[in-house]
Design a protein. Structure first.
Ligand code: SAM
Length: 207
């Protein structure tokens, strides 16, 4: 299967169940939420690329003026729309490489290694830059190479045994491919950006 087929089969629902997550992953997810909350502009207009079931924007509802989440998997968008509380949040089915929006945002998010599972990462980055044109307002979190051991355990807990590990990705028996990054590789793909480490297993790039 390809990543879109694996997502369509519901991988994210299981992955977000804390019972499946090794402690290092749980710690990263908690630290990521805190960091992103600190960094998004108060009362800002925020767009989330590969939003899944919308948990990041839903968690930021009290600090945003507008939140728009895009994901190509319609079942996740349906769930995001079911879960969202009243407020200025909108979840749309769409491809992150060709987002059907013209308005501008104060920040663009692509979190929890979503970028590291996207096929055309640079096209997604171009769209993030188009929609959030200010330097430093694009927030991307990805796994570091140090995440391989806990991810291997996590994916096994999800029923996706790891069959290949390279310097740049993990591949599972289902065909799911999840990348990881060094600071050098991140900079070579993103260009100028500020990089910080989150919870020992991930990076935040602010581009
Ligand atoms: C690792 S999951 C994370 C979801 C969400 N950001 C979260 O942290 O809960 C990656 C998400 O990206 C979506 N996705 C992957 N490639 C995409 C693309 N080209 N366009 C839109 N969504 C995409 C998948 O459907 C999936 O929901």
């Amino acid at each position: 299967m390809t990543n879109d087929q694996v997502y369509a089969a519901g991988l994210l629902n299981k992955a977000l169940d804390p019972a499946t997550q090794p402690e290092a992953i749980r710690a990263f997810l908690r630290a990521e939420e805190v960091l992103v909350r600190e960094l998004v502009p108060r009362r800002g207009r925020i767009v989330d690329f590969g939003c899944g079931m919308g948990r990041h924007l839903i968690g930021l509802l009290d600090v945003v003026a507008l939140g728009v989440g895009i994901d190509y998997e319609w079942t996740y968008i349906a769930e995001a729309n079911r879960l969202k509380p009243d407020g200025p949040l909108h979840f749309l089915v769409g491809d992150a490489t060709r987002v059907p929006l013209r308005s501008q945002f104060d920040a663009a998010l692509c979190l929890t290694n979503t970028w590291g599972t996207m096929i055309d990462k640079l096209a997604v980055l171009d769209e993030m830059r188009r929609l959030a044109p200010e330097t430093g307002t694009r927030l991307i979190t990805v796994y570091a190479s140090t995440s391989v051991a806990p991810r291997r355990q996590w994916y096994a807990n999800l029923g996706h045994e790891v069959v290949e590990i390279t310097d740049e990705h993990i591949r599972t028996s289902s065909g799911f491919v999840s990348e990881h990054f060094t600071e050098e590789r991140l900079r070579s793909l993103i260009g100028v950006c500020a990089i910080s480490i989150i919870g020992d297993v991930a990076y935040l790039a602010q581009a």
